[in-house]
Design a protein around this ligand. Structure first.
Ligand SMILES: [Zn+2]
Length: 254
């Protein structure tokens, strides 16, 4: 049931990611892997707050819960960041990223054939979804996946493209062109196709901003005006449509 799925996402988000102002629980591991049977892995490296070049960066809210929902529903594997550990898996080089080393090892050990790396864009970005393949480099093993992903999101999210006037963008400004991104690293190290998928706040956050717990060990998460505005009118149907589109993409990658 759709309502139940939103409640499930909110429960998982609160329990694992948004606690302590999106720094995660102090006693949690920095990241966790949920093994699956379907040979695809969904990654959410920014599910909690991260540190990039000495600067604290806010979490990509609900990407962790969505990754776990996809694992739960489709049987794919998932890797999610669970606790702030002063790293950024989508920025740090492989030798300084325990997250990426564990991901690469898991892909090799389990014969995983594709990786989908989930991220979040704030609502100020003009895109509804930004698909990044480093201009095709990260899907060199299966180039057709780039067009396939674009078709799935355009078909399933057409009502929201029209409602919000934002597009499905392929290899635009957010295209995973840094060699240390999760997708470039896994594509290079494992030779499998990898897609970076950036979702607008409108497709990830199904509740208003007031639901984020304040942290005892971390400062409260702050939002700019445009982001507060987007979060004050959440669209749960858009979130459900985005999860369904991702589920179709996961199945299509096998
Ligand atoms: Zn991100």
């Amino acid at each position: 049931m759709p309502c139940d799925k939103i409640a499930w996402l909110e429960r998982v988000e609160a329990k694992n990611f948004s606690c302590n102002s999106y720094h995660g629980l102090p006693e949690a591991p920095a990241f966790s892997i949920t093994p699956g049977e379907l040979p695809v892995i969904v990654s959410a490296p920014h599910a909690v707050t991260q540190l990039r070049d000495g600067r604290v960066k806010p979490s990509d809210d609900f990407t962790g819960a969505i990754a776990l929902a996809l694992a739960h529903e489709s049987g794919c594997h998932a890797i999610v960041a669970c606790r702030f550990d002063a790293c950024d898996p989508n920025w740090d080089p492989l030798e300084r990223s325990a997250y990426k080393r564990a991901l690469v090892a898991h892909v090799r050990e389990r014969g995983i054939r594709a990786c989908i790396d989930l991220h979040g864009m704030v609502s100020a970005w003009p895109a509804l979804v930004a698909i990044g393949t480093a201009d095709g480099a990260t899907v060199a093993a299966r180039p057709e996946l780039r067009d396939l992903a674009a078709r799935i999101f355009r078909d399933r999210l057409d009502p929201y493209v029209k409602r919000y006037g934002k597009q499905i963008v392929v290899d635009g400004d957010l295209a995973a062109r840094n060699p240390n991104t999760v997708t470039q690293t896994v594509a290079r190290e494992c030779g499998i196709p990898c897609l970076q998928i950036e979702l607008s706040t409108l497709l990830r956050v199904p509740r208003s901003v007031g639901g984020i717990p304040r942290g005892e060990k971390a400062p409260p998460k702050r939002f700019l005006d445009h982001e507060l505005k987007a979060r004050s009118h959440p669209d749960p149907d858009a979130v459900l449509a985005a999860v369904d589109a991702l589920a179709e993409l996961v199945r299509s990658c096998t």
